[in-house]
Design a protein around this ligand. Sequence first.
Ligand SMILES: [Zn+2]
Ligand SMILES: [Zn+2]
Length: 467
Amino acid sequence: MFIDSHCHLDFPEFQSRLPEVLSNMEKANVQNALCVSVDLPDFPKVLKLAEDHAHLYASVGVHPDYEDTPEPTVEFLVEMAKHPKVIAIGETGLDYYRMGDRSYESMEWQRERFRTHIRAAIASRRPLIIHTRSASADTLRILKEEGASQVGGVMHCFTESLEVAKAAIEMGFFISFSGIVTFKSAKDLQETCRQVPLDKLLIETDSPYLAPVPHRGKTNEPAWVAQVGEFVAGLKGVNNYFRLFFTQVALAFALIGTAYGQAPSQIADFTKAAKFDDLSEVKDLVKAGVNVNTVDPYGDPMLVLAVKEKSLKVFDYLLSSPQINVNKANSYGETPLMMASINGDLELVKTLVESKQADLNKAGWNPLLYACSKGRLDVARFLVQHGADVNSTSPNGSTPLMMAAMSGNEYLVKYLLEQGADLKIRNSLGFSAIDMAKQYDHPWIEDGLISRWQKLYKEPYIVRSQL
Ligand SMILES: [Zn+2]
Ligand SMILES: [Zn+2]
């Protein structure tokens, strides 16, 4: 799954083909897109897109390249940002590339406008979308002077140096790479991208511009953020099995929680309380009207968070709420039951399944695959006994047996085989459980599975060694 953290779907390039563009997104597994505002006259169009389509979001702001256009005020931006689907302020920033032969002083209007946006972001507790070109020193300086680290945001369409990236990350910003990173000529940027930590990295299209390879030169669209994602995954050596952990979603989801109508400060408090198992604070927040299904700034619903952090009091309390959605997943599609399964928390798994009938066989990654990936035999046994499909497959075709072979737990491998796990299944890259055992260096499992293969199928097994 991907999210396009920056696009301009309101631009005329898309006017006649929006349905096609949206269906392309769906086909490419691009779940959400943030439609970024560039000036106030067109903001209503951006907002309408977000209002009409559940998976589109909007920002509000005036681009530094737009000169003869109404100037925004802090109050106006704050007012617009109250809309539940306006999740960010921008794009804003500095662009001295188009300064031409004008003086530095004559660009003061850009710096003033930039400060207005930062102040509005702080007042509305929304992240900033920063555009910077030929102006990184001033951009960083003004962000610092205005205290932008209180809200953070994203350095969009990043083309600056690693030093600039580091300074921005320090102020709480994500670094977003566009199709530019896929260009042959972008060697320096690719090196920078390798150095940016995965959990600080976002991807975007900036469509209709900057189509990634192999679409270079065409009208870009959000579906193609997948190509940017694949390329970045390759650069960073993130292999397909861990694509689900590919972190590029935090910003876009940072404020989706606000779709519940909660103030970001309440979300922050709830997040902290769920993390530290502060039951009385959670109770107070719920009493004050905060939804138990609230999502934290990284896309985790509170129940997922409670499971992750082993906050047992909060977990029990949330589960007892009639409004709780036990199957609500985070931005990676991970449900509370999946998190409890991967952590090997059998008690939580039992509670979720027995008293809340949590979904055992959801599409995509599922609890059994998660349990097996960490070799959790007890949990896997419980899940299978309660109806989990022992030959279910992940989006890339991985089976519980493959995950178990990867984990190195031979008892789990044996158990799954007893339960009818099919040794012949291959994932989308053509690998079987035997290949996984080899790849993850568990020779005793590899040997055991090969001899089982020979007995079952009366033929030698040829191991594929390269993932
Ligand atoms: Zn821009
Ligand atoms: Zn843009």
